[in-house]
Write a protein that binds this ligand. Structure first.
Ligand code: DLL
Length: 437
């Protein structure tokens, strides 16, 4: 069903409930993991009659996917699986996800919807600089962009000079990649003396990692484009679970396929609309890998206000951080995104930073590494001191904590085509060393 032009929440909820009931019955029957989990929670498929019964269902966690590596949670025969993706996973086994032909069709349709509402159409030339491969970014975008009828350049990530060359030669109008890579492309253009205003580029479809409103402004200015936020995760589908419309005011979460909830990550209790918490998603149309109440780990807030674009779906705010990214520094909860917002609000500060976290005693201790802008010479001790103080002061007055600011040489914080590593966590290293001996 196409909900693009249907405005009614009542109708939408009815559809969601119908699809939910069907999904629950199906996973109970097809996936031993869910049968066991539901039995253990004392809930049977008949108890689920509408979306209001969601809280009765048990959660699914990333560890459940890992524990059933590789295909244990699949609800269809491998014969019906036409695509497999996987997330690399920094620790342990990767998370493996599968798609039926219908799942690929749905995914393409949702990606088409995302692009369309971001103002992209068949006249556009889309350069897809997300990685192609097991990562869902490249191929996910690719199928949607093709279905839309745009001209697709499947360049994948990396080789930045070539990216810029092709933007010039092929008259690219839309760039799709991670926001940190977009910034790196902008930086490389500046180095090469390419003025983005001389290009045809007008739109960016950026996601796969958290980025702030301040980072959006920075990228928009430096690339002379409008930058849209797209959200997704492989477990649920890939890119295209939610995306901003041209209003750039929250990401419409495609509720005809994914039912969102916000919970308190500590207690698991569902929170009322408008409260900040962990996003939980139930898929209601996936065939190969349906997931009930999947804990995304992403912190956001949902907004039910009507949007002038006409889509009836709730909007999620930009992801504020992850439940496992939150640092507790001397008792204060801190997300890397808050630090990004402060840094980008300051003049003379480059948007390249890393938080190096360590454990001192029972508390997290963080050092904030920031690059010195190229126009300040490393010999100008006084200017460096002033810069360091300025950052220190801004962090302290906004977040209420002190971080040790460490200025590093220009271009020394790693840039890449994939997801930026904003937090270097040495606590796990310490833990591993302790476990080792
Ligand atoms: O990153 C899918 C994707 C590809 C989304 C391209 C958008 C564009 P995973 O590798 O499984 O999938 O990582 C999913 O990345 O749980 C979030 O923590 C984070 N993430 C994805 N999009 C955003 C976003 C892809 N727009 C994990 N803002 C998610 C903030 C994001 N975080």
């Amino acid at each position: 069903m196409n909900y693009d032009l249907v405005g009614s929440r009542v109708e939408l909820e009815h559809l969601q409930s119908q699809r939910l009931v069907r999904t629950v019955a199906r996973v109970y029957q097809k996936v031993p993991f869910y049968r066991k989990a539901m039995d253990a929670a004392g809930v049977s498929p008949e108890d689920i009659r509408s979306i209001h019964d969601l809280p009765k269902l048990p959660f699914t966690r990333k560890s459940d996917l890992r524990d059933s590596y590789p295909f244990g949670l699949f609800a269809v025969d491998m014969k019906k699986v036409v695509r497999i993706h996987a997330s690399s996973g920094t620790t342990g086994r990767p998370t493996v996800v599968g798609y039926s032909r219908q799942d690929i069709e749905t995914w393409s349709e949702l990606m088409t919807r995302a692009l369309k509402y971001a103002g992209v159409g068949e006249d556009d030339v889309i350069q897809i600089a997300y990685g192609y491969g097991l990562f869902t970014g490249g191929l996910g975008m690719h199928y949607g962009a093709e279905k839309l009828g745009a001209s697709v350049i499947p360049i994948s990530g990396g080789n930045t000079q070539r990216q810029i060359q092709l933007m010039q030669d092929f008259e690219t109008t839309v760039l799709a990649c991670t926001p940190s890579y977009a910034l790196y492309i902008a930086e490389t253009m500046e180095k090469l003396g390419v003025d983005p205003k001389d290009l045809k580029l007008r739109v960016g479809i950026f996601g796969a990692e958290p980025w702030t409103e301040e980072m959006r402004q920075e990228i928009q200015e430096r690339l002379a484009i409008k930058a849209f936020d797209i959200y997704g995760l492989s477990e649920i589908m890939g890119p295209g679970v939610a995306c901003e419309c041209t209003n750039q005011d929250g990401l419409h979460l495609y509720e005809d396929h994914f039912i969102p909830e916000i919970i308190d990550p500590a207690t698991g209790e569902q929170l009322p609309l408008g409260e900040v918490g962990e996003l939980v998603i139930t898929t209601v149309t996936k065939e190969a890998l349906p997931l009930l109440r999947y804990r995304t780990g992403d912190i956001t807030v949902l907004n039910a206000e009507k949007c002038s674009c006409g889509l009836p779906f709730l909007r999620m705010s930009k992801v504020m951080g992850r439940t496992d990214d939150m640092l507790i520094i001397r008792g204060v909860n801190v997300f890397p995104s808050q630090i990004e917002a402060v840094l980008l609000g300051l003049e003379d500060v480059e948007p390249h930073y890393q938080l190096v976290v360590d454990r001192k005693g029972a508390l997290d201790d963080a050092e904030l590494w920031v690059e010195v802008p190229a126009h300040i010479s490393l010999d100008e001790v006084r200017r460096l001191e002033q810069l360091s103080k300025k950052i220190d002061h801004a962090i302290q007055s906004t977040l209420g904590i002190r971080l040790q600011v460490k200025l590093v040489e220009p271009k020394t914080i790693p840039r890449g085509a994939g997801k930026a590593q904003r937090v270097v966590d040495r606590r796990s290293l310490y833990k591993l060393q302790r476990e080792d001996g």
